[in-house]
Each structure stands twice: as C-alpha cells, then as structure tokens.
Ligand binder design. Structure first.
Ligand code: SLL
Length: 259
C-alpha cells in the first residue's frame, strides 16, 4: 500500500492533451544558399507543439507551452546529419536544419517523472516538396526570379494527435488539470496544415496565412467518415441482393436441368 497519496493512481480516469508533430520547409534563398553546404536546398523545422495556434502567429500550433508534462523530446534525424540524435529539454521542442532530402524522423516524447509514463515514439516523414504540382511550386532555388520572396511558399506537413494518459497518478493529474489546453478554433480561419493544403495560387499563399487545426477540420473528417460508412453499407445491401438473385437463378437452372 502506498503511503503517499500523490503516488496513487486515479482509476477509471482518462485524460488527454492535443498535440501536433510535423514540419515546415522552405527553399533556401540565394543569399542563404551561399552560406550553406552546396548540396543543401531547404531549411526545415521539425517540431512537437500544442495543437492550438496563437492568434495571428506565423507558427502552426504552439499556443501552449507543453513543458508542464513534457520533459524532453528526442528527434532522431537521418544519419547524414552531424549528431543525428537531438535532445531538446525545453520549449520550443523543435529542430531547425538545412538539408537536401526527405527522410523519416523519429520523434520520442519523454514525460515528466511525476507521470511515471514510458516515452512514446512517433514517426514523421520530413516533407520538403509539395505533393501536387500546382503551377505554384516554389521556383527551383537557383532559378532567377524577379520577386524571389513570393516564390518561396513553405510546405507544411503536420499530424494532429492526442496523448492519452490512463489511470494517472493523482499529482500528475493535478498538474494536467491545472494546465487546460487552449481549445481549437471552432471555425476554419486558415488553410489546413497538410501538404495537400498548399496554397492554390501565389495570391492565396500571400493572403491565406499560416495553416492551423480547427474543430471544423475534425467535423469535416467525421462527416467524410460517415459518408464513407453509409456508402459501404449501401454497397453491402446492393451486393447481397444481387447474390440472392443469382442464387435463385442458379436454383431455377439446376431444377430445369434436373427435369
Ligand atoms: C535517402 N531520403 O533515403 C534520402 C535521405 C537525407 C537527407 C535524405 C543531410 C544534410 C547534411 C541531408 O539533407 N540528408 O549533409 O548535413 O537516401
């Protein structure tokens, strides 16, 4: 039996914190390219942040400081990077680098000791290039350009997730409940933070602003799932009826043969 009430688990409780992990990337401008190794083409930042964004910020997510429950985030980069394992022990939990290629980043979340939780591991494919050529892809960094700045629209690739703590210790639960997460905005105010949501035009890239997660995105995703589910059920009914029809026909033909 534990004598310290803090070291007692609160059974039946589930508490979660919304986070995002992912990256932004932008081609190096000519003046940056001069300073970087010759094969480097992009500057990128890989990060773990709270899901909500600060109003009018140019950062995706990050409204809340997560160090009240995160002790360390370890980013394991491609081995072509010097000191490929990067430990970040205070916010912002992120690594910024220049490089030339995409690779899988291993992101390990270590929680504060009060949590007594094991570290959890996420994988993120570092994205430098937009998925679809939209005609607005950033010009190759070496291409001459009249207005270089507007040609460099960032690529965003972010994953929303929820870290769930089951049966948390009482003192850890107290820490969590004294730091409620900033809620996501109800309405879509900005583009969604996926690579597929890269601006449709240069004009949009200038005016749409930095992407963010919202409750509307969640709602739309639930609606998509619901539509898909109804479609699957309708297909099942359709094919079951066809099968019944064919079985009847088969029985009829067999009977005819027998006669
Ligand atoms: C591959 N996807 O699997 C590639 C690996 C590695 C990218 C891409 C290193 C930068 C530096 C860099 O950008 N590596 O040299 O510091 O082959």
């Amino acid at each position: 039996m534990s004598s310290n009430p803090d070291r007692v688990r609160v059974r039946g409780i589930q508490i979660h914190r919304p986070i995002i992990y992912g990256n932004t990337a932008i081609p190096l401008r000519p003046e940056e390219k001069e300073l970087a190794p010759p094969e480097h083409t992009h500057r990128w930042t890989v990060a773990v942040r709270s899901a909500a964004s600060e109003a009018n910020s140019d950062i995706v997510g990050g409204a809340d400081d997560l160090s009240y429950f995160l002790k360390r985030v370890t980013f394991k980069l491609h081995e072509s990077f010097p000191n490929a394992t990067r430990n970040v022990d205070r916010p912002p939990f992120e690594v910024t680098e220049t490089g030339w290629g995409e690779f899988e980043v291993q992101i390990r979340l270590h929680f504060i000791p009060e949590s007594a939780e094991k570290a959890i591991l996420f994988y993120h494919h570092l994205k430098l290039h937009p998925w679809a050529p939209t005609g607005t892809d950033p010009a190759p960094p070496t291409a001459p350009s009249e207005s270089p700045i507007t040609n460099y629209s960032p690529v965003h690739s972010w994953q929303y997730d929820e870290v769930i703590f089951f049966d948390p210790f009482q003192n850890f639960l107290n820490i969590l409940t004294s730091h409620p997460p900033t809620p996501l905005p109800k309405e879509k105010r900005r583009p969604y933070p996926f690579h597929t949501a890269n601006p449709a035009s240069l004009e949009e890239s200038r005016t749409a602003g930095v992407p963010e997660f919202s409750q509307q995105l969640e709602k739309e995703e639930l609606e998509r799932l619901d539509t898909a589910k109804r479609f699957v059920v309708a297909e099942q009914v359709k094919w079951r009826n066809k099968l019944i029809e064919k079985e009847k026909e088969l029985a009829r033909l067999k009977k005819e043969l027998g006669e």
